[in-house]
Design a protein around this ligand. Structure first.
Ligand code: GLU
Length: 440
């Protein structure tokens, strides 16, 4: 093994046998197969029984629905939607709903599995679920989105509920989307039910701190990792791929810590400035022009260039599968903090780990969102209202504890962070499944 600078040692495993090429000889790009490869690795370390493995590597329930939606021109478009519940051994299903033209059932199944591992990694009492509708939300009016959302909600209604499965926002869905789903649910069941979704507007039972929660959780995990690697956050260079809810909030929070945002990007491309980009100006520019491309004081770069540029911290905050064998050997960041779900393929993961790059895994790093979703649900179920300070203090505590539990697992099994987080999470779900026993 190459010599490792002393300062990186605490996040660097010693002598890990590569498992991925054994499990998947060719690079796998299908997100659900990737989720299974990651699970299989953890299952190997935990020496799980084969039948338990079979239960945990497939979703418990898959629902496909047809979503006829009246468009503004009077025509009806029939869209396809999904809700997948991967596992509910530790609590009700939990996970976002994504609106995107490239949604596939396998993507939703992967995301549902990652939610199971995510809720277990931070130890909140939920299972894992995910939903999606194949649509192009950028080309739909607000009233079209409302009609589509209400019909989709009514189609998945039999399997959601505050004790059953609790949706939340994901890509191209937001607090307004959640308000429509909650209203559709409440009108159908005939009583208020704020706990049926999280990420709601504050006026209808949303939680303080939910909008920034994923970015805040990410910052907390990055700060812990930087302490171990002795990288001062002040002055550290940060490149962020994806400038949506999570990416833009992360840019703002990193800048508050005096880190330098050297590049940002969105679907249309990116911009870079080695002296630093002002995230507030970038957010305002994007609000006006729909993209960060063209903002003054920064030069144009591509998304590919951003991923391989020299920086201390690289934050993929967009879609899955962006770090692959194609670019993993060119990544120059010291830390990759996964804000997106599944941005790194297992093969790329091995290349990055071999090169001494610390990958802070999605199931821990972006779990701040679902953690505050849990706080929102607790407040709804108990009729409480917590202020932003209380929510944030609880979030910091949960994320820091989870980070250190991951570290402990890494040390115990001599594995890198993703395997550490997965072993921790899969172990918890396996234990819950075994102690409950098989029904009937
Ligand atoms: N969609 C977010 C995620 O992928 C949040 C899920 C939730 O809050 O339930 O973690």
């Amino acid at each position: 093994m190459a010599t490792v600078p002393k300062s990186t040692a605490p996040l660097r495993p010693a002598g890990v046998a590569p498992l991925v090429p054994r499990i998947a000889p060719r690079e796998e790009l299908n997100p659900f197969r990737i989720a299974q490869i990651q699970f299989d690795m953890a299952a190997e370390f935990l020496k799980l029984d084969p039948s338990l493995r079979q239960i945990l590597r497939t979703p418990k329930r898959v629902l496909e629905v047809s979503v006829p939606t009246k468009m503004d021109n009077g025509q009806v478009k029939v869209l396809t939607g999904y809700r997948v519940q991967h596992n509910v051994a530790r609590g009700p299903g939990k996970g976002g709903i994504r609106y995107h033209p490239n949604v596939t059932l396998d993507e939703v199944k992967a995301m549902a599995a990652w939610m199971t591992w995510k809720t277990a990694a931070v130890n909140v009492p939920f299972g894992g679920a995910k939903g999606g509708v194949i649509c192009d939300p950028k080309r739909m009016s607000k009233s079209e989105l409302e009609r589509m959302t209400r019909r989709y909600a009514s189609e998945i209604l039999p399997i959601i509920g505050p004790d059953q499965d609790i949706p939340a926002p994901d890509m191209y869905t937001d607090a307004q989307t959640m308000a429509w789903i909650m209203d559709t649910y409440a009108m159908t069941v005939g009583h208020a039910a704020p706990g049926v979704v999280t990420g709601k507007p504050l006026s209808v039972g949303g939680s303080a701190g939910r909008t920034d929660a994923t970015a805040r959780g990410l910052l907390c995990v990055v700060e812990e990792a930087c302490k171990l690697k002795k990288i001062p956050l002040r002055g550290a260079s940060v490149a962020i791929q994806g400038f949506g809810n999570v990416g833009s909030a992360a840019a703002r929070l990193f800048a508050e810590k005096k880190a330098r945002i050297v590049a940002i990007s969105d679907t249309r491309g990116g911009v870079a400035n080695p002296r630093g980009i002002d995230p507030i100006k970038a957010i305002r520019y994007k609000e006006r022009s729909g993209t960060v491309v063209g903002m003054p004081g920064a030069s144009r770069i591509s998304n590919d260039d951003l991923l391989t540029m020299k920086c201390d911290i690289l934050v993929p905050a967009a879609l899955e599968g962006v770090l692959t064998l194609h670019n993993a050997d060119q990544v120059k960041a010291r830390i990759v903090a996964e804000a997106a779900n599944g941005p790194t393929t297992p093969h790329a993961d091995e290349v990055l780990v071999r090169r001494g790059i610390t990958i802070l895994p999605d199931i821990l790093t972006n779990a701040g969102g679902v953690t505050v979703s849990y706080f929102e649900w607790v407040q709804n179920q108990q009729g409480l209202i917590w202020d932003a300070e209380e929510v944030d203090a609880r979030l910091q505590k949960t994320m820091t504890r989870a980070f250190h539990e991951m570290l402990e697992t890494m040390r115990k099994h001599h594995v890198p962070p993703r395997a550490g987080a997965m072993i921790l999470a899969v172990g918890r779900v396996a234990e819950a499944t075994l102690v409950r026993g098989l029904f009937p």
